[in-house]
Design a protein around this ligand. Structure first.
Ligand code: SF4
Ligand code: SF4
Length: 72
């Protein structure tokens, strides 16, 4: 199965949580220890090394915050 590398444009994130809900593996969460330039808790990869590069989170994000790279 493919593995994914996630890249976040963190300062664009508005903390809406749509990506968190979209991930079938529940990898993502909002980081309540960080506040970005917009004043929101941004998304982060809570569980590392589990992403399968399905792209659901990136498709769901209305602000194009998430990039998913397939690692072969
Ligand atoms: S690409 Fe898929 S598995 Fe990886 S974090 Fe996004 S929704 Fe989850
Ligand atoms: S990355 Fe996008 S979908 Fe996820 S919380 Fe931030 S703005 Fe919402």
């Amino acid at each position: 199965m493919a593995k994914g590398k996630l890249i976040f444009d963190m300062d664009r994130c508005k903390g809406c949580g749509l990506c968190v809900a979209a991930c079938p593996l529940k990898i993502l969460d909002l980081n309540n220890k960080v506040v970005n330039v917009k004043g929101y808790n941004p998304v982060y990869e809570k569980i590392t090394d589990k992403c399968v590069a399905c792209g659901s989170c990136a498709i769901m994000c209305p602000d194009s915050v998430i990039g998913v790279e397939k690692i072969v």
